[in-house]
Design a binder for this molecule. Structure first.
Ligand code: NAD
Length: 294
């Protein structure tokens, strides 16, 4: 069994980006700049945003964190987005999800300038991705493709089962892996909460991407020997033995499934750090797009 080490791989990617940033600075140009908007004080969201800001610092990017209170109006948030769209010093930005219930996420998504949409969630980027045009790929699927590439996991002609059809992970993953591309050319099945015969499907899968958010859902009896497992799930589960009172669990029962797997991602240290690395990669791309068109 080979562990798909997202922590190490993401560190390698960050190192590569840092080298590019040094080259940019040595030419007397400003470094790329990522901004993040966080509305409210959800624990997990704060952790994610802080890791993104820290990652920016590590590679030499500028970063701006805009923290807004939970009761921020939709209008105020849309106004912040407008400012970021117009600020030529900011190459890309993200609005950390989920947003408080009184804010319409779709409206927010549409308000982001797609040229700065480094999360790859804007319909223009989703459309371009579907048509295989240059765009920002959504960071989590992008990170999974990168992990598969760097570990040379063959995907062409393989049976891939993706569990979960969210707009940010499962669905784009299914589109990307079915395309004619490196880490594509797979025969993809997209499973979801209404899928009836999931175990039958997963038992035939060469590669399984689990992105449903149910801790340890995929068990040893559901997979065949030699399978490749990508565990996207991150759920905080109460654990009194941990200092912070919780443990992070993936969607895969790691101990059981790892015994049968050829390749498997751990949680934590698998897909999560890759997502952050690809956000940086998208920001660098946004920077290059703007500086090259100036
Ligand atoms: P989501 O929560 O929006 O949707 C869950 C999906 O799982 C739905 O499409 C649903 O149909 C499917 N599902 C639910 N129960 C199912 C079942 N019993 N069988 C089959 N399918 C079922 O999904 P999401 O936002 O993609 O998040 C999924 C998990 O991935 C969460 O734990 C989330 O925290 C994690 N996540 C991790 C990263 C990362 O960087 N590692 C990024 C995004 C999301």
């Amino acid at each position: 069994m080979v562990l798909l080490d997202g922590k190490q791989t993401s560190n390698n990617i960050k190192q590569e980006i840092a080298v590019e940033v040094l080259k940019i600075i040595s030419k007397g140009q400003r470094p790329p700049h990522l901004a993040a908007i966080l509305v409210g004080s959800d624990g997990a969201s704060m952790t994610y945003v802080n890791s993104k800001v820290k990652a920016c610092e590590r590679v030499g990017f500028n970063s701006t964190l805009i923290k807004l209170p939970e009761n921020t109006s939709e209008e105020k948030l849309l106004n912040e987005i407008k400012h970021l769209n117009q600020n030529s010093e900011i190459d890309g930005f993200i609005v950390q999800l989920p947003l408080p219930k009184h804010i319409d996420e779709d409206k927010v998504l549409l308000a982001v300038d797609f040229n700065k949409d480094v999360d790859g969630f804007h319909p223009t980027n989703v459309g371009k991705m579907t048509l295989e045009l240059p765009c920002f790929l959504p960071a989590t699927p992008f990170g999974i493709l990168e992990l598969l590439e760097r570990y040379k996991v063959e995907t062409s002609g393989k049976n891939v089962v993706i569990i979960g059809r969210s707009h940010i992970v499962g669905r784009p993953m299914s589109i990307l892996m079915s395309q004619k591309r490196p880490q594509g050319n797979a025969t993809v099945t997209l499973a979801h909460s209404r899928t009836k015969n999931l175990k039958e499907l997963t038992l035939k899968a060469d590669i399984i991407v689990a992105a449903l958010g149910i801790p340890e859902f995929l068990t040893e009896d559901m997979v065949k020997k030699g399978v490749t497992i990508i565990d996207v799930g991150i759920t905080r589960v109460k654990d009194a033995s941990k200092k912070n009172g919780y443990a992070l669990k993936g969607d895969v029962h790691f101990e059981g499934v790892a015994k049968k797997a050829a390749f498997i991602t751990p949680v934590p240290g698998g897909v999560g750090p890759m997502t952050i690395a690809m956000l940086l990669k998208n920001t660098l791309l946004a920077y290059k797009n703007t500086t090259q068109t100036k």
